[in-house]
Write a protein that binds this ligand. Sequence first.
Ligand code: PGA
Length: 250
Amino acid sequence: MARRPILAANWKMQKTTGEAEAFAKDFVPRVAGAEADVALAPPATALHVLGRALAGSAVALAAQNVHPEPKGAFTGEISPDMLVDVGCRYAIVGHSERRTLFGETDEFVAAKAAALFERDILPIVCVGESLAQREAGETLSFVGGQIAASLARIPEARAAEVIVAYEPIWAIGTGKTATPAMAQEVHAAIRERLGQLFGAAGEAIRIQYGGSVKPDNVAELMAQPDIDGALVGGASLDPESFAAIVRFNG
Ligand code: PGA
């Protein structure tokens, strides 16, 4: 099945408002006409400004996180409605940095994904194993479990619209990319799990790879049958580099 590629930039805790605006100005013309969905996830402080800078372009705005509750006493948190307010199309949930540094569980991630669908924002749900889990041969069972638990609450009728990002923790920010064959093995297992959970929609769900994606390795990753996009950290901070990733197919 032909799935439209989706390339997303995860800037993490990087870029001021001015830097985000300057990026947009340089980047948007570089990716005009690209045959892919493209999104930028700046830090929360730059969402509003970047949303305005991207208005009218084909580049979408994404958040790096969200809280599942609609409002209330959750100091420091941001609700789905607030992301709607600034024009977000997507939100990353369950990034491994949030899971490991901030203790987020599959259940919390599942609640976030469900809350986003209620506000018509598409979740990019991240999964991925640690080096210890890979070395213990637990990758497929662990990631399969994360998929089932993190997607447990999304509305079945909209399952095809969710985006999954497979990001092996040992490949994030380390320069160590999974080989295309290693990534494909896990993507295929994720696809099979999605089929068990959602039937035919599993074929339509886009699965991004993340972890040291760069302009010079993106094409071979994207050539794999179950790799439908990339979630890019370090190499997305420079407009020329991220544009080269978006234009992976020339
Ligand atoms: P990286 O980060 O591209 O810098 O490895 C990817 C991510 O964490 O989403």
